[in-house]
Ligand binder design. Structure first.
Ligand code: NOJ
Ligand code: CA
Length: 736
């Protein structure tokens, strides 16, 4: 018996020496690390005693002897690999805790708490002496883990090439998944809702209808992050990454039999997944968990795992509400290009002053002035103008290196006079750089392009990456491009320029470190509604806060108030398609889709016909002291309430896929105070397909005890603006 006890004690010692658990500060989440017998690092995660992630392996496959093999080696199809998945020994484990509160430059809250318990595991791949650390941070809302490659003992080990990362996320069941296809080049897919086991069958259908002219779906069971999952017992699980820097974007490859998702990195032109030099580290792999969908939406895990602000002076970074010469281009009412006289453009050789302009070039002086006047009249900060610069005649799909110079306006766009005119009215123009994904061209011209912006008084640029990346073979989401996007953001910061990048990598919280990254598209946005073949179904916008917005704000371009294209002059109007959204759904998006950069995307003439709805768009804030998610279910509905920065004004937005009645309690308001609320609600018979324009506007008194039941149409929603009551409101009746 004594001997048996001793064996047991030794076994326990061995076990405890290679395994360790940490808890989240509130104790709900438990993460257990274990190095298995064969030296394989694993982790598992549980929430309130329920397993969320079963024991899952961590590791890599490296290209063998990467440093010593050079020259043609990398071009040979057979590239021997070296396993970094097992054979590790444990060199040490350290635990620590952290708790701080920080203030974002702009955001959903004025302050954010960053509170976690940490475990650092130090490993050595014995065969060669390669050192690998794994850092786990456990928050109340989820887990972050990353690989760290400390300084190595020799140059041979310091340089390494990743063949694949093998981070597993072993699920406990066949969860519901809210997913878009795993793709190296675009996120502009509509979300599919299915069981994990149905992903394979739905992949072809899910991959169709993308209009960015560059896409590479890599597998019938590959999906992108942020991936939202929901278990049958009501757990919301979200897998994403944070702080993606000098590394390629992670997708997830599902093994439908084992229900294990494994990381799948975006390759470069030769098929490699990452070129690294120690000391360095991977981005964080994140798993958010909650039994409350609203809490999951309120999580700040992604931001917290990013580095603090890297800019000394942020006073020039200001949230922006803008309009633009844009929707008319999307509708086909006007054009980006100036002439049809060229078969193609050769920058520097063609003379635009000698050609015949088309009658409807959008970025002309008169039209831009009209937008500036409209912006000034209605209090918008900026006016985006696309198609202002030469080169649009053959930009799309031409696969040439020199497409735009980002400096030369078309003859009918007087850049100096228009900027002066805008500033005289308290408005700024917003720059547009469509790079057409010709990266060398853009990087070579970037300094001069940003300087040109400074010279003319621009403070923000919308950039774009339509088409296959040049150099050909690189992908939008590979390490090469990840580095490019960050380079563009850092260079812009030197010039005090805010960036809103379209078709770029989906965000991973880098806006904490570089708050001049004020917007991103990286999803199927409103522009798809103008395309007869595709469109956007109502569940999509109710999915985005659970997926795409996990990494940062979105330039979704809401605010459409004329949903029917058939009565607007356009080529696309020949189709019967309309925006599948009621007017109130569009208004609510300003609150449900968080962004410090919001567009009022529709045409000025359409807003003039809908002055009441337009009032909400004018009133709604773009920066917040407080945000509350009041009700949420992925792909079904979202209700959010936010308090404007430095004010006691609140804005509430609710959206839904199908018709439903939503109970709404105003208990987020300060107790004892009286407020006046204006409610924009779907009108009788409203429906996103049949009757999108029906809405009502009612005002009345509310306080923290008020509760309402609000009906939302199919593809509908509601929006509320709330201000403190004054003496002048003495006679105001209760809002019903
Ligand atoms: C795609 C962008 O998402 C869209 O907003 C822009 O107008 C076009 N590219 C042209 O750059
Ligand atoms: Ca786009």
């Amino acid at each position: 018996m004594k001997r048996l006890l001793m064996v047991f004690a030794v076994a326990a010692l061995v076990f405890s020496a290679s395994a360790k658990s940490i808890k989240s500060p509130d104790g709900n989440l438990v993460m257990k690390f274990e190095l298995t017998k064969g030296g394989r690092p694993t982790y598992s995660l549980s929430y309130k005693g329920k397993q969320v992630v079963k024991p899952s392996a961590l590791g890599f496959e490296f290209v063998d002897n990467a440093y010593e093999n050079y020259g043609t080696f990398y071009h040979t199809p057979e590239r021997p690999s070296y396993s970094m998945r097992e054979g590790f020994s444990l060199k040490g484990m350290e635990t620590s805790s952290f708790d701080e509160t920080w203030e974002p430059v702009w955001g959903e809250q004025r302050t954010i708490r960053n509170h976690y318990n940490e475990l650092l595991v130090k490993l050595c791949r014995d065969e060669r002496g390669f050192l690998l650390n794994i850092r786990f941070r456990l928050y109340n809302d989820g887990l972050g883990l990353r690989y760290e490659f400390p300084r190595q003992s020799s140059k041979k080990l310091a340089y390494f090439v990743i063949k694949e990362e093998y981070t597993e996320f072993a699920m406990t069941g066949d969860h519901m998944a809210y997913w878009i296809p795993g793709c190296y080049d675009t996120q502009e897919y509509e979300y599919t809702v299915s069981r994990m086991s149905e992903i394979r069958n739905r992949m072809v259908e899910a991959s169709e209808n993308v209009g960015t002219a560059s896409k590479k779906v890599f597998s019938p069971t590959g999906v992108q992050t942020a991936l939202q999952l929901k278990s049958d017992d009501g757990l919301y699980i979200n897998i994403h990454e944070a702080a993606l820097v000098n590394y390629s974007c992670m997708h997830l490859e599902l093994n439908p039999k084992t229900k294990v998702f494994t990381s799948h990195l975006t390759p470069d032109a030769l098929g490699y997944k990452g070129w690294l030099q120690a000391p360095c580290h991977s981005p964080w792999r994140t798993i958010e968990v909650s039994d409350d969908a609203c809490k999951l939406l309120a999580s700040n895990l992604t931001l917290n795992l990013n580095e603090p602000c890297a800019l000394d002076d942020t006073s020039w970074i200001k949230p922006v509400k803008y309009i633009g010469v844009w929707w008319e281009l999307m509708l086909g009412k006007s054009r980006w290009y100036y002439t049809k006289d060229f078969n193609g453009v050769q920058l520097g050789k063609d003379d635009y002053t000698k050609v015949k302009p088309i009658p409807n070039h959008g970025a002309n002086n008169e039209n831009v002035r009209r937008y500036i006047d409209f912006a000034a009249k209605h209090g918008f900060d900026q006016v985006l103008v696309e198609g202002w610069n030469i080169g649009w005649e053959d930009w799309f799909g031409c696969k040439k290196e020199v497409v735009f110079d980002f400096r030369t306006p078309y003859p009918d766009f007087d850049i100096k006079a228009l900027n002066e005119y805008a500033r005289s009215k308290g408005v700024r123009l917003m720059m547009h750089h469509e790079t057409s994904s010709s990266i060398r061209n853009y990087e070579r011209r970037m300094e001069s392009a940003y300087q040109f912006m400074n010279d003319h008084g621009y403070t923000a640029v919308k950039s774009g990456y339509v088409g296959d990346i040049q150099p050909l073979g690189e992908h939008h989401f590979g390490q090469y491009m990840v580095n490019h996007y960050l380079y563009a953001i850092k260079e812009a910061a030197r010039h005090k320029i805010m960036v809103n990048a379209h078709e770029a990598i989906r965000p991973t919280g880098l806006c904490r470190t570089y708050p001049n990254l004020i917007g991103n598209e990286a999803c199927r946005g409103m522009e798809y509604c103008t395309n007869a073949d595709s469109g956007i179904k109502p569940h999509h916008a109710a999915t985005l806060p659970f997926t795409r917005l996990k990494g940062g704000p979105v330039d979704y371009t809401p605010g459409i108030v004329n949903m029917k294209f058939a009565d607007q002059t356009s080529i696309r109007s020949k189709s019967k398609r309309s925006v599948q959204s009621t007017i109130c759904n569009q208004l609510a998006l300003y609150v449900t889709l968080y962004s410090p950069l919001q567009m009022a995307a529709d045409l000025p003439e359409n807003y003039e016909k809908q002055p009441e709805a337009f009032q909400f768009i004018k009133d709604v804030a773009v920066d917040w002291d407080e945000s509350r998610y009041l009700a949420a279910e992925p792909a079904e509905y979202i209700v959010a309430a936010r308090r404007a920065k430095g004010k006691s004004e609140w804005f509430v937005g609710g959206i839904t896929d199908d018709e439903r009645t939503m109970p709404l309690s105003f208990d987020f308001l300060e107790k004892g105070k009286s407020y006046i609320a204006t409610l924009y609600a779907d009108g009788k018979g409203a429906d996103c397909d049949k009757n999108p324009h029906a809405y009502t506007v009612t005002s009345g008194r509310v306080d923290s005890r008020t509760s309402l039941k609000i009906w939302m149409a199919h593809g509908g929603g509601f929006a509320i603006s709330i201000r403190e009551a004054t003496e002048a409101d003495a006679k105001a009746k209760k809002l019903k």
